[in-house]
Design a protein around this ligand. Structure first.
Ligand code: SF4
Ligand code: SF4
Length: 668
């Protein structure tokens, strides 16, 4: 190979383009970029209609999120065609965009650096990522033409955009090939422009220099016009997310997934509402997030309400609100039906899936609060709220009966054992629901067996307020939260253990908003610890096939995945079967978001879908770790073929039953 001469390793940037053409090009490009900027500013002015900001202000959070979700695209990575397509398209787009910007800086700036090794590496890099870009476009077209995933949505604008992008990529390579041909670049140098050189050697060998020059000019104009057309198209298409996606990723508020935002009396006095009814009552951050949606449909695919035929698609909530914002707003309930909002189980599957971190649940919760404030909640869910207000539990039972489940177990209370290590927060379900009471009993027996120093609050415990907050009665929730925090602090509680993931979520993630800071553990986490320390005997598998249904608020929302498996001995059980949707990707049972208290037609029950999935594994026992999942899964089994042979048990019950079978349980 010829020795590298740094002075000659460059190329003329506007070769073959007359000065007047360059002037036209600059005017055209500047006009399209100005149009883009004007359109983006129009969107920004729509977001600014919001009275509140709601942005994350910590720049370290911005950087971390941008690296994880925008650069590494953590949420996009799946073993799927769509993920590969997005990776190719986005990496190609980003590198080509940076490359073109660097070239403009080199050409227009005071120092021309586009030469030498920099130039050679630049040429190879842009060719490699140009190929990735074109392949990404082709894969996207293939998906739309043949795979046609329903949730993706299909319209002519997608075809225009993809054709435009592919044509930009291909004309870029043709321009390179024609330039190499008519400028007769030395072969060793031309080879650094891998694709252009290959096209030249393969297809252009017989082409005259004059024809190559003409074709170069023509292709250059086509390329330039397409790029300008692309800039103009961005704001009216899903491609807008290349700007708004990273913005939303960086700046969406940093809160635990399971924590909703408190509403203050000042806010209610200012707006005269307890939630959001007008578009401008959302936060600036929420309105901006609507424009970040790329309409990929991941949220819809994961949504249990959508899957069970209810009138809710999280994607449609976002795109309907966005369309509504574009038209200038008004009352949100004219575009989002009440039934759509009530259908949400707040399982957070949509939030977990969204690649640009849109907070669907916050949007739905804000609109639900308004419905409740306007008195639009009726029937059983309204009654359950009333009962939380009157009896401090949604079951409507006298709170004095809170310890009825513990009869004969000699359960210590905070009064009889004030120096406890753990407070056992029983929760309303395990206190009053006959099926869930058995879970409380099993948990107590195991804690006693392990000699854990614990106590319960008894009648001092009241509903955490979780159902009230999810349904939309924020002030009823706050009343419960402040009362419970006062009790917990008075009893000097440091560590809490609970068999209910909804109580766990509220106590751990929402009570800090009201001055309650505790170490909160799910009972499966403590039981797994006790087994690990040898304080509890891990009972041997019983030879029967078993699976685990991960409760949404345990696995997805609070990341507790291994502990329930450890309690039922899954890692050492050859008969343990994992469901296809498990861990953070678990599928809701249908009880969350206050749906436990709504009436539902049997054919629309989410629990039936989940029960069928569990039956498919061939398991004869479905273990879980939530009193509501226990109820819903039992209900789902009852109405599903094959379900009558399947037992639904809490992990504590599984452990205790296996211990008893193998004779290792104590007789407490
Ligand atoms: S939280 Fe769950 S039910 Fe509600 S919209 Fe999201 S995925 Fe659907
Ligand atoms: S909201 Fe998020 S997950 Fe749903 S379609 Fe839009 S970008 Fe995709």
């Amino acid at each position: 190979m010829m020795a590298l001469d740094v002075q000659t390793t460059t190329r003329e940037v506007f070769v073959n383009i007359a000065p007047w053409m360059r002037a036209v090009f600059f005017v055209m490009t500047a006009a399209s970029i100005l149009f883009l900027a004007w359109q983006l500013d129009r969107r920004r002015r729509l977001w600014r209609k919001a009275h509140r900001g709601g942005f994350e202000r910590d720049w370290r959070v911005w950087v971390r999120r941008l690296v994880i979700y925008a650069l590494a695209q953590k949420r996009v990575h799946k073993k799927s065609l769509g993920a590969l397509m997005h990776l190719l398209l986005s990496s190609g787009f980003i590198v080509l965009f940076i490359g073109t910007t660097l070239l403009s800086i080199a050409y227009d700036g005071p120092y021309y650096f586009h030469h030498g090794w920099y130039y050679l590496i630049y040429e190879v890099t842009l060719d490699v990522f140009g190929v990735a870009f074109c392949l990404g476009c082709l894969l996207a077209m293939f998906r739309r033409a043949f795979a046609k995933p329903y949730s993706l949505g299909h319209n002519w604008r997608d075809w225009w955009l993809l054709s435009c992008l592919l044509a930009i990529g291909l004309t870029g390579f043709l321009i390179e090939a024609f330039r190499i041909h008519f400028t007769q670049v030395q072969p060793w140098l031309a080879h650094w422009s891998v694709i252009g050189s290959a096209i030249d050697l393969t297809f252009l060998s017989g082409l005259s220099l004059g024809t190559a020059r003409t074709l170069h000019l023509t292709t250059w104009w086509v390329h330039a016009i397409l790029v300008s057309a692309f800039y103009v198209t961005i704001p009216v298409d899903r491609f807008l997310h290349v700007f708004t996606g990273p913005l939303n990723i960086a700046t969406r508020p940093n809160r635990p997934m399971g924590a909703l935002v408190p509403l203050t009396m000042e806010e209610v006095e200012q707006s005269g509402r307890t939630g959001v009814a007008e578009l401008d009552e959302f936060t600036y951050s929420q309105l901006m997030s609507l424009d970040a949606c790329m309409e990929c449909g991941r949220c819809e695919e994961a949504c249990p309400a959508f899957a069970s035929g209810k009138p809710l698609s999280p994607k449609k909530v976002v795109t309907d609100l966005r369309g509504f914002m574009s038209l200038g707003g008004g009352n949100v309930h004219s575009v989002i039906a009440d039934e759509t909002l009530w259908s949400c189980t707040m399982c957070q599957a949509c939030v977990q899936e969204c690649p640009v971190l849109i907070g669907h649940v916050d949007l739905i919760s804000d609109m639900r609060r308004d419905l409740v404030g306007e008195g639009k909640l009726s029937g059983p869910p309204a009654k359950s709220l009333q009962q939380i207000g009157n009896q401090s539990n949604p079951y409507g039972r006298p709170n004095a009966e809170r310890l009825a489940w513990a009869e004969g177990l000699d359960v210590p209370t905070a009064e009889t054992n004030p120096h406890f290590d753990y407070l056992l927060w029983v929760g309303c379900a395990a206190s009053f629901d006959p099926r869930a009471q058995k879970v409380a009993r099993a948990t107590v027996q195991l804690l006693k067996e392990a000699k854990v120093n614990f106590a319960v609050l008894g009648k001092e415990e009241t509903c955490t307020g979780d159902p009230a907050r999810r349904i939309g009665d924020e002030f009823l929730f706050q009343e419960r939260a402040t009362t419970n925090v006062e009790t917990l602090n008075r009893r000097k509680v440091k560590k809490i253990v609970t068999p209910c993931p909804h109580c766990l979520n509220t106590l751990a993630n929402e009570y800090p908003q009201f001055g309650g800071d505790y170490v909160v553990q799910h009972h499966s986490a403590l039981l797994a610890e006790l087994i690990g320390e040898g304080r509890l005997k891990a009972a041997a598998p019983d030879g029967e096939a078993i699976t685990l249904h991960d409760p949404c608020y345990l696995a997805r929302v609070n990341g507790i995945i291994d502990a329930p498996r450890a309690v039922i001995g899954a890692p050492n059980d050859d008969n343990y079967r994992e469901m296809p949707r498990c861990g953070k990707k678990t599928f809701c049972c249908g009880a969350g978001g206050g749906r436990m208290w709504f009436e539902e037609a049997p054919e629309e029950r989410v629990s039936k879908l989940r029960a069928a999935e569990a039956i498919e594994t061939g398991a004869k026992t479905v273990a879980t770790g939530c009193p509501f999942c226990l109820n819903m899964m039992s209900d789902g089994m009852a109405g599903t073929a094959g379900g009558e042979e399947v037992k639904v048990l809490d992990v504590a019950e599984v452990l205790l039953a296996r211990q008893k079978r193998s004779g290792t349980a104590s007789n407490t």
